[in-house]
Design a binder for this molecule. Structure first.
Ligand SMILES: C[S@@+](CC[C@H](N)C(=O)[O-])C[C@H]1O[C@@H](n2cnc3c(N)ncnc32)[C@H](O)[C@@H]1O
Length: 365
């Protein structure tokens, strides 16, 4: 019995990136709700089973390359290369049936996922712990955007580095998501040894053989290749370090949700009219945030990344809800001085001595 399915888009021409489908009982009988996910909005439509089958037939293998179906007891992951070659992977789940009307909203990570219990996000009886609700929602939303960002990645194995992985909530979720679709190597880099030890022992308990954690700083972690770099709330310049490492390693996808923005706040000193932005503490704080992340996004664009900046989760779940996603699409223009014009003008306007990411890149390339 299908609980819901996600159809993922491989075409650049369709505006919506994915569709979430779930069943419901209407007066006319069983129906399916289709939620079309656009970058900035959702559109919902209801279709009969017959209509849905027809639509799926038109979409899968033509405009979409991947469909995931979550069922009671089993999940199915379908992939097509667009040349009529279909592969279906199957995996067992502990999901239980629920009534059609009291069914929880379909999420990327189910509360029943075994690793959530190991990480103490859920209790022994499989219920979400109250104090972990916000984190659970954050990793679900992060994963939703992650699943779209990595759609274009091919290869037998996807490698991901999670910078400043902390207790590993997101790292485990990313690994669990990827291992069902392709081979995955996911590594958390974390300063705190106690977190690293805990996460490694829980990864072993979960049987997540492609997931590990290493102790060290992001800046000190040396690697030359990875497909994806992510960082969720890596403090202040740790986010810049993660971006820098991703750019330098030529990562195809970089996703960060920044935390505090001390470096820019301390080093900016706008003159003239722009000085008004720093008159009140909270405005200075927000100006520093805007400037830091705008410069980060601009720098990613210069290095050939198609970049988006948006709120990935409602602010009630975390005030640090900005996300920067960057997908490598072009050659870097960093060697051309005119590419830096806007960055330099912004820095001059805000009297910003330096931007940490720019400085590291300038010293490295
Ligand atoms: C706010 S926590 C976020 C943890 C995790 N990403 C999450 O969202 O659940 C930030 C983590 O990054 C680690 N961290 C901060 N700066 C770091 C650095 N420069 N190198 C390695 N780890 C760092 C901290 O020890 C902490 O565990």
């Amino acid at each position: 019995m299908t609980i819901s399915s996600i159809v993922k888009n491989s075409s650049e021409n369709i505006e919506f990136k994915s569709i979430f489908i779930r069943p419901f009982d209407s007066k006319k009988g069983p129906m399916l709700t289709w939620v079309y996910r656009y970058p900035r909005k959702d559109i919902t439509k209801n279709y009969s089973l017959e209509e849905s089958v027809k639509l799926l037939d038109e979409l899968i293998g033509h405009r979409f390359s991947q469909a995931d179906m979550y069922c009671i007891g089993r999940d199915y992951f379908l992939k097509t290369d667009g040349r009529e070659r279909l592969t279906v992977k199957e995996s067992k789940t502990e999901r239980e049936a629920t009534g059609a009307h009291d069914k929880p909203r379909q999420r990327m990570v189910e509360e029943s996922a075994g690793f959530l219990h190991l990480l103490e996000v859920t209790s022994a009886d499989g219920h979400l712990r109250k104090d972990k609700k916000d984190k659970f929602i954050q990793i679900n939303k992060f994963l939703e955007f992650f699943s779209v960002a990595v759609q274009g990645l091919s290869g037998p194995e996807i490698s991901v580095l999670d910078m400043g992985s902390g207790k590993g909530y997101l790292t485990f979720a990313i690994y669990d998501f990827l291992r069902k679709r392709a081979g995955a190597r996911v590594r958390g880099v974390e300063f705190r040894q106690d977190m690293v030890d805990l996460c490694n022992s829980l990864a072993a308990k979960a049987g997540f053989t492609g997931l590990d954690f290493v102790q060290g700083t992001i800046e000190g972690y040396d690697f030359s290749e990875t497909d994806v770099v992510i960082a969720l709330h890596a403090c202040d310049t740790a986010t810049d370090e993660a971006l820098y490492k991703g750019i330098r390693a030529g990562a195809q996808v970089i996703m960060v949700s920044p935390c505090c923005h001390k470096q820019v706040r301390k080093s900016m000193n706008p003159a003239g009219l722009y000085a008004a932005f720093t008159r009140y503490g909270i405005m200075k704080e927000r100006t520093a945030e805007m400037l830091t992340d705008l410069l980060r996004a601009s720098i990613l664009e210069i290095y050939g990344y198609e970049t988006r900046v948006f709120e990935f989760v409602n602010s009630e779940h975390t005030p640090k809800n900005l996300m920067i996603t960057a997908i490598k699409k072009r050659e870097s223009a960093a060697g051309q001085p005119e590419a830096w014009k806007e960055v330099e003008e912004l820095k001059a306007a805000y009297g910003l001595e330096y931007h940490h990411l720019q400085r590291m890149l300038a010293e490295s390339f």
